[in-house]
Design a binder for this molecule. Structure first.
Ligand code: HEC
Ligand code: HEC
Length: 499
């Protein structure tokens, strides 16, 4: 993703999202010269004006989920050294990063994300109680987080911020709201003037909580952008990518296959550009649109299913859903093969996928779950296809993974993790159930696409598969892992990452 050319035109940087790397490609030889490891799922990048620094937006956070502070990071690559020299954590709960851009004067890096309030029980959506929409500002020279601002309005969310660009004259910062089919056009000079009254986050020395306690702080103030931004409804559906030129903003709409054109000065939405004939409307397609749509699928547009389940997977966070009581947060689950395996949820509280979808619409989105919407979303979930593991070699298990498969048998993993989706659908206490779910039994988890679904276990306590097999299985209640040699363990992990 995000091919970015160096100012001298000699080097191309490309984000390898699922390899967790940035490739450095020499243009003349067309060869990958280096692969720079980054934090997790790099999806966008931008170069400083002098080409010396590459800012990489990582989609998901890394680390365990049962903690009080968690966010995705922007990695800073020194292009001369070809390595990450700093990782900038965004504000607490800033996850699902999508796009990044540089102000034309080269001073500020803007990055879009969701701001998740994962520490609150999910009793409401109003005022961004669960999720709000965020824009983070980074000082390009000091490489520090400056500010986080909220892109919603007090009683109207602007869910799933995606593309972000500055107009070439630096007058406007534009953000696409993929969940509400809008763009925000923000007056950059007015924004920076308003922000300058607050201490910069990276230099304030204040912890997140202390910063949030500041009166009218921009991170939490849902009225912060009033008077300095225009929210404009587009004609198309699902705007993601943006570009601005010659006084116009162009927004590529993922679902309607159109490009909307907005006049930046007047805010007028002009005739859209059609990219081809309309795609046939199947039930799956309708379901995917609803899954991503906050305008039809959530009270006051605060979030869509995709806000917590980006790309149908997970946000890497724990949420205290009310499906199994309060005070016992669970890690968000990927929806791949969710309809093929029942019961659903960590504790199996939902009998089948249809009931899970219906309850999601009702209790998380605070909407009436009509049959039409439920069936469409269900059809979308059923249509999801796994992405082949980047750990496969030519589509096959590597030789290490093959050895790991034997360890999987030997350690008796397959007595519970069996069949096409590696689950017997039964409930067990495998020694992972302590407070607040003391003594609880959990459904054997599916193991497909494990390479991209960290953190693991019902409460996201394991940042890695090594943790699942080691630190989080101290008494061999979850497969017999204590007697494995380090090599066997490494091979087993290689196998698990290949599924
Ligand atoms: C606030 C975040 C959030 C939102 C929004 C959300 N989910 Fe979830 N979802 C979760 C969490 C957390 C779990 C795991 C809960 C558990 O294990 O008890 C989950 C689990 C599920 C599962 C069960 C997967 C499995 O294999 O067990 C399904 C299906 C699901 N969600 C569908 C949806 C749909 C459809 C929507 C939109 C109507 C939605 N979710 C919106 C957080 C969310
Ligand atoms: C007695 C049945 C049983 C056996 C044997 C077993 N598991 Fe599990 N496994 C479970 C259950 C139940 C969970 C869910 C536990 C939780 O969420 O706290 C789970 C969860 C997992 C997870 C986390 C998946 C995720 O997405 O969070 C992994 C990885 C895993 N098991 C791998 C293994 C391996 C490898 C072995 C063999 C060494 C093994 N399991 C043996 C029942 C079993």
């Amino acid at each position: 993703m995000a091919p970015t050319l160096s100012p001298d035109g000699k080097t191309l940087y490309v984000c390898l999202r699922f390899q967790n790397e940035v490739a450095v490609i020499d243009i003349s030889s067309k060869r990958i010269q280096r692969r720079i490891p980054v934090t997790r799922e790099p999806v966008a990048e931008v170069l400083s004006k002098d080409g010396k620094t590459l800012f990489v937006a990582n989609h998901l956070p890394s680390g365990p989920a049962n903690v009080n502070r968690i966010s995705s990071v922007v990695d800073v690559i020194d292009t001369a050294k070809c390595k990450v020299v700093k990782s900038i954590p965004l504000s607490n709960g800033a996850v699902a990063l999508r796009r990044i851009c540089l102000s034309p004067d080269g001073k500020i890096v803007y990055v879009t994300s969701t701001f998740a309030k994962f520490m609150l029980a999910t009793t409401a959506v109003e005022r961004g109680w669960m999720n709000s929409s965020g824009l983070s500002l980074i000082d390009a020279e000091k490489r520090e987080l400056l500010y986080s601002i909220c892109l919603d309005d007090e009683s109207l969310g602007a869910a799933n911020p995606w593309g972000v660009v500055c107009s070439p004259d630096g007058k406007w910062i534009c953000v696409a709201h993929a969940g509400t089919h809008e763009v925000s056009i923000i007056d950059q000079a007015a924004l920076l003037a308003k922000l300058s009254k607050f201490p910069a986050l990276g230099q304030s020395g204040l912890a997140d909580a202390d910063y949030e306690a500041l009166p009218d702080n921009p991170t939490d103030d849902l009225n912060f952008l009033q008077g300095i931004r225009r929210r404009i409804k587009l004609k198309g559906i699902g705007p993601r990518e943006l570009t601005a030129a010659n006084g116009k903003l162009y927004a590529a709409n993922y679902f309607s296959g159109t490009v909307d054109v907005v006049d930046l000065e007047s805010g007028k939405v002009l005739e859209p550009i059609r990219l081809g004939p309309d795609q046939p409307m199947t039930l799956e397609r309708k379901g995917e649109m609803l899954f991503n749509d906050a305008s039809q699928m959530c009270f006051q547009q605060w979030q869509s299913c995709a806000t917590c389940h980006p790309d149908g997977r997970m946000d890497g966070l724990n949420w205290d859903l009310l499906n199994d009581g309060m005070g016992n947060p669970k890690s968000t689950r990927s929806l791949l093969f969710a309809a093929e395996t029942a019961p659903l949820m960590a504790k199996g509280v939902r009998h089948d996928a249809e009931r899970a979808v219906r309850s999601g619409i009702k209790y998380i989105q605070f909407m009436q779950p009509t049959d039409e919407k439920t069936q469409a979303i269900l059809a979308y979930i059923k249509s999801m296809k796994p992405v082949p593991s980047p750990f496969l070699v030519n589509g096959q298990l590597s030789s290490r993974a093959q050895k790991g498969k034997q360890v999987f048998e030997k350690a008796e993993c397959a007595s519970c993790h069996n069949g096409l989706y590696f689950t017997d659908s039964a409930r067990y206490n495998v020694g992972t159930s302590d407070s607040p779910d003391k003594g609880a039994e959990f459904v054997t988890t599916k193991l497909n696409e494990l390479w991209r679904t960290a953190p693991y276990l019902h409460d996201g306590r394991s940042a890695t598969l090594e943790d699942v097999l080691g630190k989080d299985n101290p008494r061999d209640q979850h497969g017999v892992t204590s007697k494995l040699t380090p090599e066997e363990r490494a091979n087993l992990v290689e196998y698990l990452k290949s599924l």
